[in-house]
Design a protein around this ligand. Sequence first.
Ligand SMILES: CC(C)=CCC/C(C)=C/CC/C(C)=C/CC/C(C)=C/COP(=O)(O)OP(=O)(O)O
Ligand SMILES: O=P(O)(O)OC[C@@H](O)CO
Ligand SMILES: [Mg+2]
Length: 249
Amino acid sequence: MSVESEIKETLKNRKMHLTLIDPDEQTPEEALKIAEAAIRGGTDIILVGGSTVSQNQVDFTCKILKENIQKPIIIFPGNTSSVSKYADAMLYMSFINSTNPYWLVGAQALAAPAVKASGIETLPMAYMVCEPGGTVGFVGQAQLVPRNKPKLPAVYAMSSEFMGMRFFYLEAGSGAEKPIPPKMVAYTKKATTDMVIIVGGGIRDGETAYKAAKAGADLIVTGTIVEETEDVESKINEITTAINKASKN
Ligand SMILES: CC(C)=CCC/C(C)=C/CC/C(C)=C/CC/C(C)=C/COP(=O)(O)OP(=O)(O)O
Ligand SMILES: O=P(O)(O)OC[C@@H](O)CO
Ligand SMILES: [Mg+2]
C-alpha cells in the first residue's frame, strides 16, 4: 500500500502524529534511538528533514531508519539535495507564501530527476508558513501569515486543493514560541473538501496537540521536543494520547 493510502486509511478512524527528526542535530545512530523511542510512545510516521541539511546527512539517517524500523519514513525536504532512496515518500512541497520563485517551483523542478530515479512516492503539498516562522521562514524568504489573520490560509488551502495538491501544511516554524492558532487550523480545514491538513511548529505538550487536532488538524508534527527531552517515549506518549483523545470526541 502507498504511504498516502495508509494515511488515508488511518485517518478514517483517528488523527496521526509525526515525529520530525532533523539530521542536523544528531548522528544517524542517535536518530535511530530517538525514532525507536518515539515509536514506542505511539508516533505513526517519521519525518526526516531540516532547513540546513546536506544530502549525506539525509541519506545516512534514512538508511539506518529504513533498516531498523517498520513505520513509514517521509522526507521533509529543505532543498533539492534532500533526496534518499531509503525513504518511503517525500512531501513534494511548494512553499506557497515564499516571495522567491525558487521555493515556489524552481527547487521542485531541479529535484525532480533525482526523485524519479530514487523511486520514492511523492505527496503533493502546499506549505504555508505563519508567524513567527523560524529558520524556514527566513531561509524560504516568506511573506509570513500574521497570527491575527486566521482566515488567510483558508483561501490558499482552497486554491491549492483546486490545483491538485492533496496535503496542506500550516507551519509556525520549528521551535516557535507559539503554535499555529487553533482558529487558523479550523478555518483552513473547513475550507477544504478532501485535503490532509498538517500542523506543526511549537507544539510541546499534549494540551496543545489536543487543541490542534480538535480544531481540524489531521496530522500533527512535533520535532524540537525529541531534541530537548530526556524521556522521548513518555513525552511522545503524552502527545499521542492527547491526539487519540481528540480523535474520539
Ligand atoms: C520538493 C523539493 C525536493 C524541494 C522543495 C523544498 C522546499 C520548497 C523547501 C521549503 C523551504 C525549507 C527550507 C523547508 C524546510 C522545512 C523543514 C524540514 C523545517 C524543519 O525545521 P528547521 O528549519 O530545520 O528548524 P531548526 O532551525 O529548528 O533546525
Ligand atoms: O520543532 P517543532 O517546533 O516541533 O516544529 C516541527 C515542524 O513543524 C517544523 O517544521
Ligand atoms: Mg531543525
